[in-house]
Design a protein around this ligand. Structure first.
Ligand SMILES: [Zn+2]
Length: 290
């Protein structure tokens, strides 16, 4: 069977600032921070209903968005704030939300640099709050401190930026790691939950998520194969030469991001003993098959 190609789904109505029910006890609020990497904006999620709720990813530092979150929380007690990772578009509103509610904040290790984190998450940690149990799944790759959160009773996983329907994720060293990213894809694929809710764009349903995960992995393996074939053909190359060869059909404005992605592949291939460089993970280094 040929390797599957990802089919990206860009149909999405952000309904900025509105609390949109996804399934009972799970609501999405999309911040108005559209952009090349954020799509229509960052999705925050509210889990639970009635007396207590949990917020996953407060979103960017934007008073309008914080006000929308507080309105959606309403009279309920905010029992916990969970961060998928420490990028600004996910954690910027954390301090304001904490100030307004006093809620404790939990995140991965590097996210401890975010103002006011109370609990550092470890893989497999359970967050029992708002009448539900959420399970923290370490998913480094896009960011070294990235966590996804499973809600087993609803058969779903909040995947942050690790797995998205609308696009591949950015994997850029030194904080990003292709080795970790591929392992984290396998971790999500091995989970029983089949519904995925990313931090940008639409979700993935039970019918499509397994195929999408397989296609995301195949996409990276294809790029890796092309990189190895290119090095075999030319003998030695810098990352800029590899970008020119492998991304010839891609708009030049994206070549900087492509170089980051290839550096992530090269780092992974060096770790596996398949490639060697004459210097550090940098533009001037010349790479050969190992
Ligand atoms: Zn991110």
């Amino acid at each position: 069977m040929a390797d599957p190609v990802p089919r990206f789904d860009r149909r999405f109505d952000p309904r900025w600032g509105e609390a949109v029910e996804i399934v009972p006890d799970v609501r999405r609020i999309t911040a108005r921070n559209p952009g090349i990497f954020t799509f229509h904006g960052t999705n925050g999620f509210l889990v639970g209903s009635g007396d207590e709720v949990v917020v996953i990813d407060p979103g960017p530092d934007d008073p309008t968005h914080v006000a929308a979150l507080l309105a959606a929380i309403g009279p309920a007690r905010l029992a916990a704030v969970l961060l998928t990772h420490s990028h600004r578009d996910h954690v910027g509103a954390t301090a304001a939300l904490r100030r307004a509610t006093g809620a404790p904040v939990a995140s991965g290790a590097a996210a401890a640099t975010v103002d006011g984190v109370d609990r550092i998450l470890a893989d497999g940690d359970r967050i029992v709050a708002a009448g539900v149990v959420l399970e923290a799944i370490a998913t480094p790759g896009h960011a070294s401190d990235h966590f996804a959160f499973a809600l087993p009773e609803a058969g779903l996983i909040f995947t942050g930026d690790h797995v998205m329907a609308w696009s591949t994720t950015v994997v850029a060293p030194p904080d990003g790691s292709m080795t970790d990213y591929m392992a984290s894809l396998a971790r999500i694929a091995a989970r029983p939950e089949r519904r995925l809710l990313p931090a940008h764009g639409p979700g993935l349903g039970e019918a499509t998520s397994a195929d999408h995960l397989a296609a995301l992995a195949a996409h990276r393996r294809r790029r890796e194969r092309a990189l190895l074939d290119r090095l075999a053909a030319v003998g030695a190359a810098r990352v800029t030469d590899l970008v020119e060869a492998l991304y010839a059909d891609v708009d030049r404005s994206l070549h900087g991001a492509a170089a980051q992605s290839l550096l992530a592949h090269l780092e992974d291939l060096v770790g596996r003993g398949l490639v060697a460089g004459d210097g550090p993970l940098a533009p001037d280094t010349v790479w050969r098959l190992g």
